[in-house]
Design a protein around this ligand. Structure first.
Ligand code: GLA
Length: 406
């Protein structure tokens, strides 16, 4: 397959394969460990995680990679190859970095591990990634999870992968200050190769769902970096909370929108103010769509799966109001390509990427037609990534490393 990013790819690949050598150049000595944690793309179940609902993400073959070795003091020194910058902080006094804000993810992880009573060793760290930053593919979760796992191996404490994911979410919520749900950290920690993960965000039970070999998960990056996302995200959370509070007057057993069925929504929809009703409608139907889409996937019914993806996009656009012109143009361009089962915005919204399920033989048409239509409408050249579903975080051998141009 022709690769338009070949130049970028090859140089990044070199930087990546050489992460061990870069570590030695920067710190002297060999890294004790190399860890990779994937980014993610969510197939369906958007904004449902913080409503105790269902999500169906995939851990992708774009990752953050960390090379690290313990120090015999309590200093953490991190060199980020992507930024060409270093930070140093003490585990005895973990503060926010207002300048090198990228390091707050690692700081937050260290903070909450220490808060659990785990005495961490200082570390020398080199980090690099090929998850595009700010495009809604969860580079931040990958940074957190890679760091937590690195410390777990080097310090030898026992936390399950679910606990690790929860700790990383907490770092993001309470240290970084982004009030996200559990989906991104969870799938970065627990994803499975060739599978999507159905996650029940209330019980945190999960099931791997095999992906169809005859179709590909294709991500199209609008290149519009997500603006507004933090404030609008919090507003949506509040509106969902308001929806629950109002419904509790009639149905006191409802703890979250996850508990509301489509029939109950229809019965009580007159009780909510318009904006709250719209938000609730999306969440109630989206939860149902996730379960239906898993059934469709298991039955090999990709047409139904794709239709549910398209409905999800329409609801996110019209009811939840987290799409934007670029995402709509991209999804609509995909809908017109023969061999595309479905396409929708993915992640928090307001920019970032769409995800599409595309028949293998239609991938090149998708690439050509979606790129042309999007460029013509916006003047922007999108990035198209054909993704493979990968395992969650783990240790890797330096010889098996390869990253692509971000
Ligand atoms: C962001 C958050 C997730 C989830 C999605 C929307 O990616 O980090 O927890 O809420 O938005 O589905």
């Amino acid at each position: 397959m022709r690769n338009p990013n070949f130049k970028v790819q090859s140089s990044k690949l070199k930087a990546q394969t050489d992460i061990g050598r870069r570590f030695t150049e920067i710190f002297g000595g060999e890294p004790a460990i190399i860890v990779r944690a994937p980014g993610r793309v969510n197939l369906i179940g958007e904004h449902t995680d913080y409503n105790d609902g269902y999500v169906l993400p995939v851990a992708i073959d774009r990752s953050v990679v960390v090379a690290a070795a313990p120090r015999d003091d309590r200093q953490v020194v991190i060199h980020a190859l992507d930024f060409g910058e270093s930070v140093m902080f003490s585990l005895d006094d973990i503060e926010h970095d207002l300048v090198r804000t990228w390091s707050n993810y690692q700081r937050g992880v260290a903070y909450f591990l220490e808060e659990r009573g785990i005495k961490l060793p200082g570390l020398n760290v080199v980090v690099i990634g090929d998850v595009p930053i700010g495009s809604g593919l969860s580079s931040s979760a990958a940074v957190e999870v890679s760091m937590a796992y690195t410390w777990q191996v080097l310090a030898g404490f026992k936390l399950s992968r679910v606990e690790l994911a929860l700790l990383c979410q907490r770092a993001e919520n309470e240290f970084v200050g982004m009030n996200c749900g559990i989906m991104d950290q969870f799938v970065s920690a627990l994803g499975q190769r060739d599978h999507a993960l159905l996650i029940d965000c209330r019980s945190l039970h999960y099931q791997p769902v095999p992906l169809p070999p005859e179709a590909a998960v294709v991500v199209a990056d609008t290149m519009k970096r997500r603006g507004l996302v933090d404030s609008e995200y919090n507003t949506r959370r509040q509106e969902c909370g308001e929806g629950v509070r109002i419904l509790q007057r009639y149905l006191p057993q409802v703890q979250a929108l996850r508990d509301v069925s489509v029939a109950q929504f229809a019965e009580y929809k007159g009780q909510w103010p318009e904006n709250v009703r719209q938000r609730c409608r999306h969440i109630v139907y989206e939860n149902e769509r996730v379960l239906k889409s898993v059934a469709a996937l298991r039955a090999g019914d990709l047409d139904t799966f794709g239709r549910l993806m398209n409905e999800s996009h329409a609801n996110l656009r019209d009811d939840y109001e987290v799409s934007c012109a670029e995402l709509d143009i991209m999804a609509e361009a995909a809908w017109r390509v023969n061999g595309v089962y479905g396409s929708r915005m993915t992640g928090a919204g307001f920019g970032g990427c769409t995800v599409s399920l595309v028949a293998e033989e239609a991938i090149e048409d998708f690439r050509g037609q979606v790129t042309a239509a999007y460029e013509e409408a916006t003047g922007i050249v999108p990035q198209i990534y054909v993704c493979r579903a990968e395992d969650g975080v783990g240790q890797v051998s330096p010889l098996r490393l390869s990253l692509r141009g971000a």
